[in-house]
Design a protein around this ligand. Structure first.
Ligand code: ADP
Ligand code: ASP
Ligand code: MG
Length: 814
């Protein structure tokens, strides 16, 4: 014999029930027992409706009507017309009783657990009856059996305890004589000694099936549901989760106990005792292998088999100096909870015995706090123990696997992964069996924690990076192009899955929680919501994705001032915007500190020399113990372009104009020509070398006339250039007469920085600098005479985008 159980979704509607029929028809076993749940959603509906009734809220009638319609409609769709009337009248009569019960509850304004069980049992009673009639009408050799006549329990309504001896006896007696091949039975329901309907707890149809399977010592118990087995994590929260083909009973028990809803936890015990395998299968994809649960499987050598979580958890802590070394405190604590029938999900105790923490369900908190505070009234009054401390809105995530005990470092890996993702761990516990390591975390962090852990333990170490890109103009759009082009490579070679989740320009913003398609982001963005910098941030925080990176491709001061709040929420920041790093030293320092504190890198390689690895190199020098003595650099691609092309046959005005038009300058060219841009860059290099410096301490020797610096528009500015052409030509001629070239040089030495135009003689490292190239010479203790030189294209959208890209990869390797 074989037992098959079909859950709520599997029998949710006529179409699905037909699917169930197909599975049953394919079944080769000689005899089968088919346990079914209520039609999907009906149990909740019954419970809500009875709640309304007992609150004397007339909307219970609406709920009842909905229940009635669901069942009538299913009968009309499944059963041939000529056979409908008897079935409809039997169901109608049951529904009348149900209505009377609800009405009774409405009139007296009360819902006892006993009445609640009676009401809720109609879900399974009706579904199983209708399905049995349908199978019969389809010519299957099927009969209906009311499980309440088989499974006997105590009178603990809502979650009754099974009396196995009587139950086994009843089952044996019934199946021994049953003639039909297929027996259809309602799950979840049972009856007490006094023959009142009882239920086995939410999700209890799995348990019904297991009880019958064990009683009849069947060959196999199949749980048919809406997923293809027990997954490495809840597939609704972790997209990458995969079905695990084999699990041991103990592993399955731990996983289900810690929230893998696919199997109701008590289900395993009865079949484990008899060594009956459980197979979890997908009604909607029957060809999938599913999960087989048997005695020790050795886990195919794998350590962590699944990650599960339970929500709705509160942490109670009992602490105080009076607890140390005094026996009996924990006994009294647990006794109090047990007397109140409060189930303890997890326990931790500090070895100092100074505190005991337990996790309980949120719904038990009030009861627990009152009873424990009562039980310790004396100790609390005499300050030996503090009143119970409660933390709500928590969840437990647990790693489960039989083989975990023989491996070191798993908890280290688990906690460091959670830490890196800034998941705050409130308590931890590891069972002595070492089959389970649990962490208590905030409810809001569950999705992030599960995904981060899943990535580390199951996904060949592919790390997902979630990017939020602000600014998709010149640089930003090139950056998106580069990601699009390199995605496959990054995944295959660097094990990085780079996804762009949000983008924004100054007009609109657009999000796709599954990753924006980089083929048509432009049209999606154009049709996106109105851009709003603060809503952009709110959305990122709300999504709470692991490895979130905010990419700033703007030149906006407002955006640069928002970095702190990103970092504080563990969102890394990558920016080509120089404002933050060249603003107040305290802000720069604060950002660096936050980055360390919140494990969220703050990277700005492109602030100096676009894509050239200048800052990264400097960081490595410093980290390895070197000291920077002097930096000499040509850091402005724009000024370099201008002075490389300026001579006595063209006007300075025209060259600057050309540079602006070709995108070599900032939109406001004075930022480049006044030297501010170069000052910012040398400031950043000085700071990255470990020096405290501010903009106003940098000496700037401007080559521009005073009036050019005071203009209010680009037009005015260009006018002044025309006016002062003779001055510019003179500067050029002076340099030429000395066989030198003009370069705008930044220098940092002995804690002081200066910038200005210099005449560079032949033979100098700067002399042959082409086009818009940048060059930096680092004179350090290790490179005292021959400097370390970095040289190359230092401006342009493409190289800047690649510099940002490099920062993203650095975060990937972080
Ligand atoms: P049924 O109605 O068939 O009994 P349930 O809703 O009780 O189905 O259980 C199946 C659901 O369990 C899945 O749809 C899934 O959302 C959830 N679930 C949670 N954790 C896991 C897990 N680790 N593996 C598979 N499913 C899980
Ligand atoms: N119908 C019950 C519930 O929803 C039992 C089950 O489906 O397992 O809890
Ligand atoms: Mg279930």
């Amino acid at each position: 014999m074989k037992v098959l159980k079909f859950g709520g979704t599997s029998v949710a509607n006529p179409e699905n029930i037909n699917q169930v029929k197909a599975i049953i028809q394919n079944e080769a076993s000689e005899k089968i027992a088919v346990v079914v749940s209520a039609f999907g959603g009906v149990t909740d509906l019954l419970l809500n409706t009875s709640e309304y009734a007992s609150n004397q809220d007339l909307s219970y009638k609406k709920g009842f009507k909905e229940i009635e319609d669901r069942h009538f409609e299913t009968i009309r769709k499944l059963i041939p017309v000529k056979e409908q009337s008897t079935i409809l009248s039997k169901v109608k009569s049951d529904l009348n009783t149900l209505e009377t019960l609800l009405e009774g509850s409405f009139l007296i304004g009360e819902l006892t657990p006993k009445l609640s069980d009676k009401i809720v049992s109609y879900g399974e009673l009706l579904s199983s009856f209708i399905i049995a009639e349908f199978f019969k009408a389809e010519g299957l050799d099927a009969a209906y059996k009311d499980t309440r006549e088989l499974i006997k329990t105590d009178a603990n309504f809502g979650k009754a305890n099974v009396q196995f001896d009587t139950t086994v006896h009843n089952c044996n007696a019934y199946f021994k004589t049953a003639q039909q091949r297929i027996t259809i039975l309602p799950g979840f329901v049972s009856s007490s000694g006094a023959n009142d309907s009882t239920t086995l707890g939410r999700g209890g149809s799995d348990y019904t099936a297991a009880i019958i399977a064990a009683a009849e010592k069947v060959d196999i118990l199949e749980i048919w549901t809406d997923v293809s087995g027990m997954y490495t994590a809840n597939p609704k929260l972790v997209k990458q989760a995969k079905s695990v083909s084999r699990l041991s009973y103990e592993e399955a028990m731990e996983l289900s106990h810690f929230g893998a809803k696919v199997l109701y936890p008590p289900t395993i015990q009865p079949v484990l005792n008899e060594g009956i395998p459980i197979v979890i299968k997908n009604t909607f994809s029957p060809e999938d292998e599913g999960t087989q649960i048997t005695k020790n499987t050795n886990g195919n050598g794998k350590t962590v088999r699944g990650i599960s979580h339970v929500g709705g958890i509160s942490l109670l802590s009992l602490e105080g100096p009076g607890m140390v070394g005094i026996p009996g405190i924990s006994k009294r604590f647990f006794e109090t909870l047990s007397q109140e029938d409060i189930s303890v999900v997890l326990i931790t105790q500090a070895s100092s015995e100074h505190s005991i923490c337990v996790c309980i369900s949120d719904t038990d908190v009030e009861k627990a706090v009152n009873s424990v505070n009562d039980a310790f009234t004396y100790e609390i009054a005499s300050h030996k123990i503090k009143p119970v401390i409660v933390e709500k809105d928590l969840a437990i995530v647990a790693l489960v696997g039989d083989n975990m005990k023989s491996h070191q470092g798993l908890s280290g890996k688990m906690f460091s992964t959670l830490g890196k993702n800034n998941v705050n761990i409130r308590a931890i516990a590891q069972g002595a069996s070492e089959r389970n390591i649990s962490a208590v975390i905030l409810k809001n962090d569950v999705k992030k924690a599960l995904n981060a852990l899943h990535e580390i333990f199951f996904e060949e170490n592919i790390k997902q990076l979630n990017l939020f890109v602000m600014g998709v103009g010149n640089v930003g759009s090139k950056f998106l192009d580069q990601i699009k082009q390199q995605r496959k490579y990054l995944k295959q070679e660097l094990k990085l899955n780079v996804r762009v989740i949000g983008i924004s320009n100054s007009r609109t913003m657009y999000f796709d929680e599954d990753g924006i398609s980089l083929k048509d982001w432009e049209s999606n963005l154009a049709n996106g919501k109105k851009a709003d910098k603060s809503l952009f941030f709110d959305k990122i925080r709300e999504l709470n994705y692991r490895n979130s990176v905010f990419v700033d491709n703007t030149a906006s001061e407002e955006v640069s001032l928002s970095y702190a709040k990103y970092l504080k929420n563990s969102i890394s920041v990558v920016t080509c915007n120089k404002i933050a790093c060249s603003s107040d030293y305290t802000y720069y320092k604060q950002l660096k500190k936050l980055a360390t504190q919140y494990n969220s890198p703050f990277l700005f390689e492109t602030n100096v020399g676009a894509g050239l690895p200048i800052i990264d190199t400097l960081k490595h020098l410093i980290a390895s113990g070197d000291k920077v003595n002097k930096i000499q650099a040509v850091l402005s691609g724009s000024l370099n372009f201008i002075f490389n092309n300026f001579n006595d046959s063209v006007s300075f005005h025209d060259i600057v104009k050309q540079a602006q038009e070709e995108g070599y300058t900032e939109p406001d060219p004075t930022i480049d020509l006044s030297g501010v841009d170069v000052m910012r860059k040398i400031l950043i290099l000085a700071r990255e070398s470990g020096h405290q410096l501010d903009m106003n301490e940098i000496v700037s020797d401007s080559f521009l006339p005073e009036e050019s610096l005071k203009t209010n528009s680009n037009d005015e500015f260009f006018e002044t250039l025309k006016k002062n052409e003779t001055e510019f030509q003179k500067t050029y001629k002076d340099a030429k007469d000395e066989n030198s070239k003009l370069k705008y040089v930044a220098q940092f030495e002995n804690g002081k920085a200066k910038v200005g135009l210099q005449k560079i003689p032949i033979g100098h490292d700067f002399y042959n600098l082409e086009g818009s190239d940048n060059i930096v010479l680092f004179y350090t203790e290790r490179y005292p005479d021959q400097p370390l030189i970095i040289k190359g294209a230092g401006a342009g959208a493409e190289v800047t985008a690649s510099g940002i890209f490099a920062d993203i990869i650095r975060i990937g390797n972080f």
